[in-house]
Design a protein around this ligand. Structure first.
Ligand code: GAR
Length: 192
């Protein structure tokens, strides 16, 4: 069974959806490690509850980004992690991890990329007044929310849409699309 690490910075609802899918057997993978860059993030409690080991460290406590990533890399190797799954990890992945996990790092983003990259993609879509937005799963490269696209799903923006209601709709899509796409990737099958 493939061993995956999830990187997250916040609430961790996608972390939870992935863990739940492994428990249900729809995702045949082992979540071996949580990597989190915020001590107080809710995702840390979720990992504890699910008895998943976590590595929680702020980059600021290291002299450089590469030293921070080397510390992460050591943990990933200790847990024999094969794939890195970014789920609301609000940081750019640097050279150290990109080199060590080339082609094995994926991210989910709450827009139809390349539209609305970076922070608050949901707010950006509302601000732009578009009628369709969505979710994208993609391979990670050195850019922010760039890299080859693996899967996309549209979400319609209604007339009365608020940030909260759109976030709810987008996350509901994410929680199904992400585990499904990861499963397809791990088994080398077709994915849309
Ligand atoms: C998710 O909606 C994810 O798409 C987004 O952060 C949220 C994390 O929610 N990621 C990005 O914006 C990446 N640029 P969660 O902590 O509840 O999973």
């Amino acid at each position: 069974m493939s061993r995956i690490a999830i990187f997250a910075s916040g609430s961790g609802s996608n972390f939870q959806a992935i863990v739940d899918a492994t428990k249900a057997g729809t995702l045949q993978a082992k979540v071996s490690l949580l990597v989190c860059d915020k001590q107080e993030a809710k995702v840390v409690d979720r990992a504890k509850k699910a008895s998943i080991p976590s590595f929680v460290a702020t980059p600021q406590s290291f002299h450089s980004k590469s030293l921070y990533e080397e510390a992460i890399l050591e943990k990933l190797q200790e847990h024999q992690v094969e794939w890195i799954i970014l789920a609301g990890y609000m940081r750019l992945i640097g050279e150290t991890l990109l080199r060590a996990y080339e082609g094995k790092i994926v991210n989910i983003h709450p827009s139809l990329l390349p539209a609305f990259q970076g922070k608050d993609a949901i707010g950006q879509a509302l601000q732009a007044g578009v009628k369709e937005t969505g979710v994208t799963v993609h391979f990670v490269d050195e850019g922010m929310d760039t890299g080859p696209i693996i899967a996309k799903e549209q979400v319609h923006i209604d007339e009365q849409e608020t940030h909260e209601s759109l976030q709810k709709k987008i996350q509901a899509v994410e929680h199904v699309l992400y585990p499904k796409t990861i499963q397809a990737l791990l088994t080398g099958g077709n994915h849309t």
